[in-house]
Ligand binder design. Structure first.
Ligand code: ZN
Length: 243
């Protein structure tokens, strides 16, 4: 005897008059608009010297409110990590990796990575709160400006390339934020240029790793630069070994 598919005998079916279908129903609207923005300066070329990475934090002097934090490039297995929670498992990996950082730093990474203003696969970021306030949990308001300086190593010369980068955004915008961000960007850029090792500026474009293997893989950090004609690792700055 079948358990399912029992049918009623037609004699038991109730006669119903069809209800008219609603073309429109009364509704309540809900939405969330998030908007992130960032600005980057040109790069400044710095001759390599001792403790170069440690000097990045000092380039925020006069502009950072409170502490700054240094975020080094992520390990190779982290390159697909993303701050977007809609993209599991990359977001779980991202949170786990960055969970010990300050709320300001995590916010800065979300803003700057969202709009592609930094590439943590090979860049080092010294960042902090530059303008505005934080809430009681330490997270910046939507009109706060975060950022600092981002650096990578020039693949050909081994120089350090440093640029100023600022970002803001969230649930809303304020009219003067863009202008304040431009002012902060200029101040940070001047700090970078004032470094004793600074030798000139370079266009803002960042190196793009070529698709697929076949480039020069760094023996120190495992980063694949993706090009053949490189001499230094753009992630860690070590001279590449040639086989
Ligand atoms: Zn390396």
């Amino acid at each position: 005897m079948p358990l399912f598919g029992k049918t009623r005998r037609s004699g038991q079916q109730k006669e119903t008059t069809p209800q008219p279908l609603f073309e429109e129903v009364t509704s309540q609207e809900f939405s969330l608009k998030l908007s992130y923005s960032a600005k980057s300066s040109e790069g400044v070329r710095l001759k390599a010297g001792p403790a170069m990475v440690a000097r990045l934090a000092s380039m925020l002097d006069g502009y950072v409110k409170g502490l700054s934090e240094l975020v080094e490039p992520v390990p190779p297995e982290m390159v697909s990590a993303t701050p977007f929670i809609a993209r599991m498992p990359g977001s779980a990996q991202w949170l786990q990796y960055h969970h010990k950082r300050s709320p300001v730093t995590r916010h800065a990474l979300v803003v700057l990575e969202s709009v592609d203003a930094v590439d943590m696969a090979f860049e080092t970021l010294a960042c902090g709160l530059l303008d505005g306030e934080t809430d009681t949990l330490g997270y910046p308001d939507y009109n706060a400006i975060v950022g600092g300086v981002a650096s990578h190593w020039d693949e050909i010369t081994g120089d350090m390339i440093v640029r100023a980068v600022v970002g803001w955004g969230g649930k809303g915008a304020r009219g003067d934020t863009d202008r304040n961000a431009a002012h902060l960007l200029a101040g940070l850029f001047n700090n970078i240029r004032a470094d004793t090792n600074a030798v000139g500026t370079v266009p803002a474009e960042r190196p793009v790793a070529a698709a697929g293997p076949g480039g020069a893989v760094c023996a120190h950090c495992g980063f694949d630069s993706g090009h053949e004609r490189v001499f230094y690792c753009l992630k860690c700055g070590m001279r590449l070994q040639r086989g």
